[in-house]
Design a protein around this ligand. Structure first.
Ligand SMILES: [Zn+2]
Length: 74
């Protein structure tokens, strides 16, 4: 929401707020999501991200180990 100022410039009249982490809708500062649905979506996404980062960590460590073996440090 915006309002025209006296001299014609745009004046922001939006009270302090933040946006839903999933859909970007404006929400009160004490909340993270606009609805239960968005919260569930976020949790699901986080879970998937966590799983992927674990897979990548294992992958990175495995390739490092292979590299060390190939170089002959171990
Ligand atoms: Zn939302």
């Amino acid at each position: 929401m915006s309002k025209r100022g006296r001299r014609g410039e745009t004046v922001q009249t939006v009270p302090s707020h933040k946006h839903c982490l999933v859909c970007g809708r404006p929400i009160p500062l004490n909340r993270d999501f606009c609805s239960r649905i968005c919260e569930e979506k976020w949790k699901e996404r986080k879970k998937r991200e966590k799983r992927w980062s674990l897979i990548w960590l294992i992958f990175a460590m495995a390739s490092m180990a292979i590299l060390f073996i190939l170089v002959g440090i171990w």
